[in-house]
Design a binder for this molecule. Structure first.
Ligand SMILES: Nc1ncnc2c1ncn2[C@@H]1O[C@H](COP(=O)(O)OP(=O)(O)O)[C@@H](O)[C@H]1O
Ligand SMILES: Nc1ccn([C@@H]2O[C@H](COP(=O)(O)O)[C@@H](O)[C@H]2O)c(=O)n1
Length: 207
């Protein structure tokens, strides 16, 4: 197999990274191209050793909250054509699930997460770097709805976390990482022109 191409999609929480990734996957499926998706969130550090009250206080918007060394190892394995044991994560218990998933390499790997472009040691592994640039008030509104519905949070906890860590860490780490991107995408996960440009570029690069 040809060396897989890695597309990194980053941006604020709630900016539309997941939707953009899903729509990119659809574009590749239409081209009949197998794709493997990896989410940086699955590489949040395990915290089984900590009581829940401690886990709830953690700063999940700092690069140190992730085990990026494992993510890097996995990207290198996939690029070499090896399978990986992909971790799974639970936002309700703030730790990894006991089971991992065996993933095979594919010609296209889409990686999605908030800190992907903020880690200089990871940048050389990406073939295409995308930043989803969405106004923070829109991101917050989306995150409130999602975290209450899907991640077991209260409105009060989302607002508190946003003020104490999500917003300041965005300005410290994520916003500056925008300048490392090859493509900056406005209009979130539904920017079909950006989706078309990126999928056409990859199609050409794989020929
Ligand atoms: N351009 C858009 N228009 C409307 N809703 C959008 C758009 N982009 C994303 N969304 C919605 O916003 C929410 C958060 O998007 P998501 O892709 O989960 O963000 P992220 O992965 O960056 O946290 C989801 O419900 C998604 O469907
Ligand atoms: N235990 C956790 C782990 C992460 N978060 C928040 O998730 C956000 C990143 O995920 P997105 O899908 O929104 O990009 C990040 O901003 C963390 O604050 C959490 O709340 N709890």
């Amino acid at each position: 197999m040809q060396t897989p191409l890695i597309i990194a999609i980053s941006g604020a929480s709630g900016s539309g990274k997941s939707l953009f990734t899903e729509n990119l996957l659809k574009a590749f499926s239409e081209q009949g191209r197998p794709v493997q998706i990896l989410r940086e969130d699955h590489y949040y550090k395990a915290q089984d050793h900590l009581p829940m009250a401690e886990r709830e206080k953690n700063n999940y918007d700092h690069p140190n909250a992730f085990e990026h060394s494992l993510l890097k190892e996995h990207l290198e394995q996939l690029r070499s054509g090896d399978e990986i044991d992909y971790p799974h994560y639970c936002y309700k218990t703030h730790t990894r699930l006991p089971e991992t998933e065996r993933l095979k390499p594919a010609p296209v790997i889409i990686l999605e997460g908030i800190m992907l472009l903020a880690r200089p040691d990871l940048l050389p592994l990406y073939d295409v770097k995308v930043f989803i640039d969405t106004p923070l008030d829109i991101c917050l509104m989306r995150r409130m709805m999602r975290d209450v519905k899907e991640r077991g949070r209260t409105l009060e906890s989302v607002a508190n976390q946003y003020e104490t860590t999500v917003k300041p860490m965005y300005h410290q780490f994520i916003e500056p990482s925008r300048f490392t991107a090859d493509v900056v995408v406005t209009q979130g996960g539904k920017n079909f022109i950006a989706l078309d440009v990126i999928s056409s570029h990859i199609k050409q690069a794989l020929q």
